[in-house]
Design a protein around this ligand. Structure first.
Ligand SMILES: NC(=O)c1ccc[n+]([C@@H]2O[C@H](COP(=O)([O-])OP(=O)(O)OC[C@H]3O[C@@H](n4cnc5c(N)ncnc54)[C@H](O)[C@@H]3O)[C@@H](O)[C@H]2O)c1
Length: 330
């Protein structure tokens, strides 16, 4: 079996690859894993260091928009797991061209090549942000797409292309839409690693607006397990929400992180709100739970404590990245 993982040197993609190559997913026990990653500012070969010696790993540096390369790599592939994206909302507010290129054109390039190669399953990794913002309740998968940021608009566009390749061509595509992830190896521009590394450096943490925006936090390992369930058993053409973590306002999240460092509210620096800042995200995970038996397994307090410890113990991983991460977090 051969698996093509795009964006496998990023935060979530590298977790999936490390898990796949260390035997966490029995269906991939003997699989060859080909990683295609452009190594943008967010991609980092160090994220794959624990499995770099695996004879089952092949790493290719390249762009998912490169049709010739993508077609070549797609030959003989059974499963595509597509993580590669421009993923940071704040960057998409400053400039959205790269988001459209990678997230829309890149996804179309992969879908087209997968069709040509006759791959058995294509999992398109998307986000709950495509649904917009919801004050109460949770979105089921058939809710309208109402993206509010250039990032989420580009992801919604790619979801629609995935749907079209199934409806028009019968390509066996599944789309996953997950809530906010946290865990080790997350680039320190996103809010949890940004706050943790600032606190480790004795600095302040920038809190957007009134701090009352709500996010559902899911450990990256739970996300990747959900993706693998969809890869193995998801029905072609279907969308699966993944979430069911812990809903917290940004203030509550900040309080928990301050507590982990015995730090007080004086370490918080209020900053003007993000433009168009979505108030709340919440996905309904009934479908993946009942159809595929998915349930998140990592309790938030434990996952957060482990994550803080990982950043404490892996300063050499994140210190070189801090300068690249001058923007305020997600
Ligand atoms: N981080 C979250 O909380 C979250 C939640 C839900 C969904 N997602 C989705 O999961 C996926 C992975 O997110 P992440 O947080 O790991 O992102 P990330 O920014 O950490 O990693 C993205 C990876 O894609 C690579 N990449 C970017 N452009 C590329 C291109 N043109 N060609 C090849 N590779 C390219 C980068 O080098 C990097 O390794 C994304 O599709 C994102 O939309 C993320």
């Amino acid at each position: 079996m051969r698996v093509l993982v795009t964006g496998g040197a990023g935060f979530i993609g590298s977790h999936y690859v490390r898990q796949a190559l260390s035997g966490a997913y029995p269906a991939l026990a003997d699989a060859e894993v080909v990683v295609l990653d452009k190594l943008t500012y967010a991609g980092n070969p160090a994220n794959l260091a624990p499995v770099a010696e695996s004879p089952r790993l092949k790493f290719v540096q390249g762009d998912i928009c490169d049709g010739a390369l993508v077609s070549e790599l797609m030959t003989g592939v059974d499963l595509v797991v597509h993580f590669a994206a421009e993923s940071h909302v704040d960057r998409s507010i400053l400039g959205s061209a790269d988001f459209v290129l990678t997230n829309v054109l890149g996804t179309q390039t992969l879908l087209q090549a997968a069709l040509g190669a006759g791959v058995g399953k294509f999992v398109h990794v998307s986000t709950d942000e495509v649904y917009g913002s919801i004050d109460e309740g949770s979105w089921p998968e058939d809710h309208a797409l109402e993206p509010n940021s250039p990032y989420s608009a580009s992801k919604a566009s790619s979801d629609l292309l995935a749907r079209a390749f199934f409806r028009t061509h019968g390509l066996p595509v599944c789309v996953t839409r997950c809530s906010n992830n946290y865990g080790p190896y997350q680039f320190p521009e996103k809010v949890i690693p940004l706050f943790v590394t600032n606190l480790l450096d004795g600095g302040k943490v920038p809190l957007y607006g009134d701090g009352l925006n709500v996010r559902d936090w899911l450990h990256v390992d739970d996300h990747c397990r959900g993706i693998q369930l969809v890869a193995e058993s998801g029905r072609a053409g279907e969308v699966y929400n993944i979430g069911g973590g812990t809903e917290l306002t940004n203030r509550e999240l900040t309080e928990r992180l301050l507590a982990a460092f015995d730090a007080g509210w004086d370490r918080v620096e209020p900053v003007p709100d993000r433009k168009g800042h979505d108030r709340r995200y919440s996905v309904d995970i009934t479908k993946i739970s009942t159809e595929l038996g998915y349930r998140p397994a990592v309790p938030f307090d434990q996952g957060l404590a482990d994550t803080v410890r990982w950043y404490r113990e892996n300063r050499s991983w994140w210190e070189p990245l801090k300068e690249r991460a001058a923007l305020v977090g997600k």
